[in-house]
Every structure is written in C-alpha cells, then in structure tokens.
Write a protein that binds this ligand. Structure first.
Ligand SMILES: NC(=O)c1ccc[n+]([C@@H]2O[C@H](COP(=O)([O-])OP(=O)(O)OC[C@H]3O[C@@H](n4cnc5c(N)ncnc54)[C@H](O)[C@@H]3O)[C@@H](O)[C@H]2O)c1
Length: 344
C-alpha cells in the first residue's frame, strides 16, 4: 500500500486528488498539510489520516512515500524540492513552476533523489485528445499543416460560492501569473504530445481585457492570451486562452491537414474528421467526461501506476520543463513584440 500525503488542501486537492486516492486500491491517504489554520485538520477529520501545520513534520513520516502538491503555483518549486529531498515521489499540479529555471531545479532534484516527479497535465487523459492523437498518428487527415486551439472560461473566481469573495479574488491571486501560465499551459503541453512536434518559436499578445481588483484597477497579469506558434516539423498554429469567456467554456481544437480537417469538440465530447474526398467520420465520445468535481481525471491513477510499476512518469519533469520554456518565451515575446525562439 502506498501511503500518500496532500500538500495544499484547496479546491483541486478536494475535488480531484483526494477522491482519486480514495478510489485507488494501491493508495492510502496518510497525511494532509496546509498553512491555513484548520484546513488540513478538516480534511483529516473527513477522510482519516493526520493533519500537519508544519511541512517538515509531515515529510518526516517514514512510511509516507508519495505526495500531491496542490498549492498555488508560486509555491511549487519550494514544496516539490522539499518533498523530493525527503525521498517522496511527487505529483505536482500544473503549471510545474513559475518559470523554466525553477522547473530545471525541480527536475535536477528528482534525479538526484531518484524519485518520480510527474506533472499534472491532466488534459492528456481526455478521451478526445487520445482519439485525435491516435488518428493523427494513423495519418487520417494526411500531414498536419496548421491548427487553432482554444481553452477559455469565465475565470478562476467563478468557482467561489460567495460573490463578496469573488470581487476581491484577484487582490489575493496576485503573484500566481496570468491566464497563460494557469490555463494556456494545458495546451502548450498538449499540442506537442498530440501532434508530435515541439513548439520552436512563438509570437504572443497578452492583454488584460476585463479582470479587475476590488479597487477597480486592472489585475497585474493578462486575462487573455493569443499566441502564434511554429513547430519543429513545419506545423504552425494559434492558441487562444482566456478568463473572459462568460456563459460557457471554449475547448475547441481544429487541425488542418493535407487530406482533411479534424475538429475536437466539448459539447458533446467528440472528434469529427472531414476528408478531402467528402468522407465524414464522427466519433461520439459523450460517454466519457472529465470527472471534475466528483472524482479523478485519471492523472492520479497514472501517477500511482508509475510508482507501482517503476515506470517513467506519464508526464515527465522534462516535459514540464519544456512547457515552462515555451511559457517563458511567450512572456518574452509579448514584452518585445517579436517572435521568440525556444532552445531545448
Ligand atoms: N489540472 C487542472 O486542471 C487544475 C485545475 C485547477 C487548479 N489547478 C492547479 O492546482 C493548484 C491549486 O489550485 P486550487 O484551485 O486548488 O487553489 P486553492 O486556492 O483552492 O487551494 C490552494 C491551497 O493551497 C494552500 N497553500 C497556500 N500556500 C501554501 C504553501 N506554501 N504550502 C502548502 N499549501 C499552501 C492554500 O491554503 C489552499 O488551501 C494550482 O497550481 C492550480 O493551477 C489545476
């Protein structure tokens, strides 16, 4: 039995990681840590296990062998490194860190301590993305030439029940980066994985269109991002990600190939292929859904399987670093107003 600890006991821990560990036959929830008074204790009471207000004390538990790091992104580096140095395997929520330098340090520490470091890029688990990857590999739309990928919603404050707290959300959020880091990172990880080509240069525009702090001033980071990308195999594409999509979410990706077009939809979950010869194939994947609030997205099960089978991480720390390199380049491009290349 793998004994697991939770670092950061907020929404993603409660909504996804904890239910997934509870359902996994190979894991037992052993410990919870959160610096917010009483938060870890609440979870320990609800799920069993011990609560800690000191991370060091929790990491000293000798039988604890893995942790999920579910704290805000600006703390990932220090928390992951502390856990690795205590010889724990780590599943770190996305984005891996605030920048590529931090991510490299974390990767190095996982190698030094010979422990697994996996990044929770859970969109790789999504059934339409698997299906698309498989179809693209089989050449169903010929050679992919270009793509457009969207991922946007109404903002992280939408999940907060108390509207009063929603108004001041961005006063407290400061320091975690903007929508590109928080949401865009999903697609920066997904595109190379799904299409098999690394992103080699970017041209970005990162405006703040609508989000405000409680005093009415714009938030310090972008709430919208538009990024043009060139990939190593000649593929080109664009990403739109934002926190200003009110009333619905937008998760569409369209891929344009030499033999046709592939469209990935959210509503209903499906993949549609339109071939140059007029053939149309529709894959209805509506029986699948990301179990957002009710349970796992499958990423925790992958993490546990990798520990049990002593396999490479399903999303490796190196892939996490690569994603951070692209995100750094996106910020630099927005600052300079120019294309920026990425060195791997
Ligand atoms: N994979 C996904 O689709 C997805 C979705 C939402 C959030 N996330 C990621 O999960 C992480 C947490 O997001 P959330 O929505 O649960 O936030 P949250 O604010 O609901 O919870 C964060 C928790 O971390 C605690 N915390 C703060 N500083 C800490 C520290 N130094 N050490 C330990 N705990 C600390 C807070 O007290 C809080 O309980 C972020 O990295 C976020 O980007 C991922």
């Amino acid at each position: 039995m793998i004994k697991v600890g939770i670092i950061g006991c907020g929404a993603i821990a409660v909504g996804r990681h904890i239910p997934a560990y509870l359902e996994n036959a190979d894991t037992e929830l052993e410990a919870f840590y959160d610096p917010a008074p009483g938060r870890a204790a609440q979870l320990a009471m609800r799920y069993g296990g011990r609560a800690f207000e000191s991370l060091e004390d929790m990491l000293m538990l000798p039988d604890l062998s893995a942790v999920s790091v579910c704290a805000p992104e600006r703390f990932h580096r220090e928390l992951v490194i502390a856990a690795l140095r205590s010889k724990k395997h780590v599943l770190c929520e996305k984005p891996m860190a605030m920048n590529a330098d931090e991510a490299e340090e974390m990767l190095l520490e996982s190698r030094k301590n010979r422990r697994l470091l996996m990044i929770s890029h859970n969109q790789r688990i999504y059934e339409p993305h698997w299906k698309a990857r498989e179809l693209l590999k089989a050449g169903c739309i010929g050679k992919p030439l270009s793509f457009r990928t969207f991922l946007s919603h109404g903002g992280p404050e939408e999940g907060i029940a108390d509207p009063g707290e929603r108004r001041s959300f961005y006063d407290r959020y400061a320091g975690n980066g903007g929508v590109m880091l928080s949401v865009g990172c999903h697609r920066i990880d997904l595109i190379p994985w799904m299409l098999g080509q690394k992103i080699v240069s970017v041209m970005a525009y990162l405006p703040t269109l609508d989000k405000k702090k409680s005093d009415g001033s714009p938030i310090g980071d972008e709430d919208t991002a538009m990024v043009l990308m060139r990939c190593e195999g000649g593929l080109t594409g664009m990403l739109y990600t934002g926190w200003c999509t009110y009333g619905c979410t937008d998760r569409e990706t369209h891929i344009f190939g030499t033999e046709g077009v592939m469209k990935l939809f959210e509503d209903p979950w499906s993949v549609a292929v339109y071939k140059k010869n007029g053939e149309k194939i529709y894959y209805d994947l509506s029986s699948w859904a990301p179990k957002g609030s009710a349970g796992a997205t499958g990423i925790v099960d992958r993490f546990v399987d990798c520990i049990v089978d002593r396999k490479e991480a399903f999303v490796t720390a190196r892939e996490g670093v690569d994603c951070m390199k692209v995100l750094d380049a996106v910020r630099e491009s927005d600052r300079k107003g120019a294309w920026v290349s990425i060195a791997y």
